[in-house]
Ligand binder design. Structure first.
Ligand code: HEM
Ligand code: FPP
Length: 327
């Protein structure tokens, strides 16, 4: 198969629009918005709700280019298994729409553009972190882990959590505990996110010999691990409130409601490990969860929210002190 692609036998003739679409597909574009949402949440936290709009645009653009480069390299490396798996067969390289050599040039151009943009308009740390995301996703996850260990996405998940660090670094030029905490939340979120999906498509992974957890240890053990990671992840979301104090009560309320729902889903899955629709719903919820949690961070850190909660607290204090038993 690789030979076939390498010799270009399967190459397709496409018009300009189709070529553009093929390169766009190489970047696995549906995943990028959520990576940018975690970057944005981090930028809002780092700037106490006052993000410089230009820096935001530049950082998100740099992040998009870096993630697109990483995904393109992954498409090149995994072209053999992508050809065999149902879900990935139509990707541009296995379907012969883009040649491997051209994809490589595309990935390099994207990475160079990302590095330049971030270095010039944000800072060197943000640029280096974005590049480390590419290296880790490609070198550590795709090359070393994906085909060799059931812990592939646990360790590899660190790549997907790096955009949170990029966001913080772009604002402050530095990293602190809060930045690492958001990194840890995304890191711990990745196993429930991915294993719920892997439960649905484990036959596909089994076919190409990828040792995704459900393929090797089965559904029951996988749902146990999803349960444990969900509990630790949800608990970790509160560390941003205490002891870190980066976010407050509004985020706390949102994290509680969202976390409770995630725990419920994982619990149901734990007791119904073969329920594929439930696994699908848990996977979809994991995405909504991360989106809304990040939105919660943004809303919580806005100066308007601070003044609103301060006013509510003051009024509550006045009301409480007017009640005789509290006087
Ligand atoms: C090693 C870590 C991860 C693995 C192995 C993984 C794997 C996957 C896979 C296989 C899909 C299905 C894609 C498809 O059908 O083409 C998916 C979907 C998705 N992933 Fe992940 N993921 C990881 C981390 C992340 C991270 C960190 C984010 C963002 C913060 C993310 C966001 C998404 C989104 C938004 C989708 C849904 C895309 C759609 O609408 O089809 N993933 N993930
Ligand atoms: C800062 C920076 C550039 C970070 C990189 C972040 C990044 C690209 C994360 C991607 C995570 C992800 C969707 C993995 C799926 O890979 P897979 O190969 O298992 O999926 P597949 O089976 O669909 O090919």
């Amino acid at each position: 198969m690789q030979e076939l692609i390498a010799t270009g036998v399967t190459r397709h003739h496409q018009n300009f629009k189709e070529v553009m679409q093929s390169y766009y597909q190489l970047t696995k574009p549906r995943i990028i918005p959520l990576l940018l949402i975690t970057t944005s949440a981090s930028m809002w936290m780092a700037s106490n709700g006052r993000v410089n709009p230009l820096l935001l645009v530049v950082t998100l653009l740099g992040g998009t280019l870096a993630a697109a480069s990483a995904q393109t390299l992954n498409c090149i490396y995994d072209r053999d298994i992508d050809y065999t798996m149902e879900r990935t067969r139509k990707r541009p390289i296995p379907s012969g729409k883009v040649q491997t050599r051209h994809a490589l040039i595309f990935a390099i151009v994207l990475a160079v553009l990302s590095f330049t943009l971030l270095t010039v308009f944000a800072n060197l740390l943000a640029a280096l972190l974005a590049m480390s995301g590419i290296v880790f996703y490609m070198g550590v996850y795709t090359h070393f882990l994906k085909r060799h260990t059931t812990q592939n996405i646990v360790i590899g998940g660190a790549a997907g959590a790096i955009p949170a660090l990029v966001g913080w670094a772009a604002v402050t030029g530095d990293l602190n505990w809060s930045a690492w905490m958001l990194f840890a939340i995304v890191f711990l979120w990745t196993p429930p996110h991915f294993w719920a999906l892997a439960l649905m498509i484990r036959e596909d992974y089994a076919k190409v010999g990828i040792p995704m957890l459900p393929v090797i240890v089965g559904e029951e053990e996988t749902t146990k691990q999803i349960w444990v990671y969900t509990l630790i992840m949800v608990a970790s979301t509160f560390l941003l409130i205490y002891p870190l104090g980066t976010v407050g009560i509004v985020y706390g309320a949102i994290a509680t409601i969202l976390g409770w729902k995630f725990i419920q889903k994982s619990w149901q899955l734990l007791h119904n490990p073969s329920d594929i629709p439930l696994a699908r719903s848990t996977f979809k919820y994991s995405i909504i969860y991360m989106m809304l949690l990040c939105l919660g961070i943004v809303v919580d850190t806005l100066p308007e929210t601070h003044s609103l909660t301060a006013t509510i607290a003051e009024n509550l204090q006045t009301i409480i002190s007017a009640i005789p038993i509290f006087q």
